[in-house]
Design a protein around this ligand. Structure first.
Ligand SMILES: [Zn+2]
Length: 82
């Protein structure tokens, strides 16, 4: 039986594991609100007018999405339909 599980559930590939420097802090998707570890989603830095604004805003300066699809839908102005 142990062999069955070993075959069915091999070790997670390295790419799925957090890498050095990855942010594992959970964040909520700006599109659907789903909570996901930051390194597994898409982090987008908003374009800001001046450098001074960047140092002022830390949290509000980024957008976070589960995937590129949600990022695209967000920018397309679509609403989230579960
Ligand atoms: Zn999402």
């Amino acid at each position: 039986m142990w062999l069955f599980y070993k075959v069915m559930y091999p070790r997670a590939p390295k790419s799925m594991m957090p890498q050095e420097g990855d942010v594992t802090e959970p964040r909520n998707c700006n599109f659907c609100g789903h909570s996901l570890a930051e390194y597994r989603g898409v982090l987008e830095t908003k374009t800001v007018a001046s450098k001074a604004a960047v140092s002022d805003t830390t949290e509000d300066n980024t957008l976070f999405f589960c995937n590129y699809e949600h990022q695209a839908d967000f920018h397309a102005g679509r609403g989230y339909e579960p």
